[in-house]
Design a binder for this molecule. Structure first.
Ligand code: ADP
Ligand code: MG
Length: 281
């Protein structure tokens, strides 16, 4: 069985991509086969993980990257999924040198922007269909959602077993989380399943001492209780890691608190996904 988790918040700049990539890497370093799906037309996760997309010649004779938008436009379930463009598995490539070997990525570029507003029946289910066949190839799929409303984040919710909500302690971002909960419930009703489940929430980029931020973290704690999985401190090392296209743990002792927090998030995720090794706490 493959567990699919969507990292979500319609707000940009709240550390969704940082969280998705670092947690996916941490899970892969524990021996799991992990696929990170970049669902943001800005391709931030693809750049961060040093993805080099496959190339193909399009019908106009131009060389183009094969990305997740090919999968969304052409997704059909297929047994030989990993040999075919047209499925999310078919567009996946290994991550760059700093990242775990068993972490692969389905990359995105700006061609994905067009997939966000195309409208045809059942479009919201295309990602889910494109991920069929993941079982047996990957233990965990982590979807990095875009900072928008609309078809792309919706299709992440249609594909996901669980959702990890991410917010910085700022009013607009916390407010956006409440809206995300409503959308999750609506998708669950439309799917006729109890998926996606809300797994947990993270307070990210938490500044050391700031009155309003502290109030908002307390608000999240009262709202989510034990489901507030972690508070991730704001540390400049995270931006350095991004600049180096590396996971945060590559940055030694400066990154310790952030790494420890993301390890804890990975523990909780793998437990929720029933992917934790037997006997692990
Ligand atoms: N804990 C943190 N401390 C400092 N900067 C962070 C932290 N987490 C993320 N960032 C930085 O904040 C910016 C936005 O993060 P990103 O993960 O791209 O957000 P999103 O995907 O929600 O738009 C990036 O430059 C990232 O490196
Ligand atoms: Mg992002």
């Amino acid at each position: 069985m493959t567990f699919i988790v969507a990292v979500a918040n319609q707000k940009g700049g709240v550390a969704k991509t940082t969280t998705a990539a670092n947690v996916a890497d941490a899970a892969a370093r524990r021996g799991l086969r992990v696929l990170l799906v970049d669902l943001d037309p800005q391709g931030t996760a693809s750049v961060l993980t040093g993805a080099i997309p496959q190339l193909e010649t399009n019908r106009f004779g131009r060389t183009v990257e094969v990305t997740v938008s090919d999968a969304l436009l052409g997704a059909l379930p297929h047994e030989d999924a990993d040999e075919l463009p047209g499925t999310v598995l078919g567009v996946a490539v290994p991550t760059g040198q700093h990242w775990a070997e068993s972490l692969w990525i389905a990359p995105a570029n700006d061609s994905l922007a067009g997939c966000g507003d195309r409208t045809f029946d059942g479009q919201e289910r295309r990602l889910a269909i494109g991920l069929e066949g993941a079982a047996g190839r990957y233990d965990l799929v982590v979807i990095d959602s875009p900072p928008t409303l609309g078809m792309l984040p919706l299709s992440a919710l249609y594909a996901a077993d669980g959702v990890l909500l991410v917010t910085e302690p700022a009013d607009g971002s916390v407010f956006a989380l409440a809206k995300a909960m409503t959308t999750i419930q609506r998708v669950r009703a439309a799917r006729g399943q109890d998926a996606p489940q809300l797994l947990g929430a993270l307070a990210t980029m938490v500044p050391p001492q700031e009155g309003r931020a502290r109030e908002l973290v307390e608000h999240l704690r009262s709202e989510y209780g034990d489901e507030l999985w972690a508070t991730i401190p704001r540390r400049s090392v995270v931006r350095h890691a991004e600049g180096a296209q590396a996971p945060v743990h590559a940055f030694g002792s400066d990154a310790r608190e952030v790494v420890t927090a993301y390890q804890h998030v990975t523990d909780r995720l793998l437990q929720a996904a029933h992917l934790a090794p037997a006997g692990a706490t």
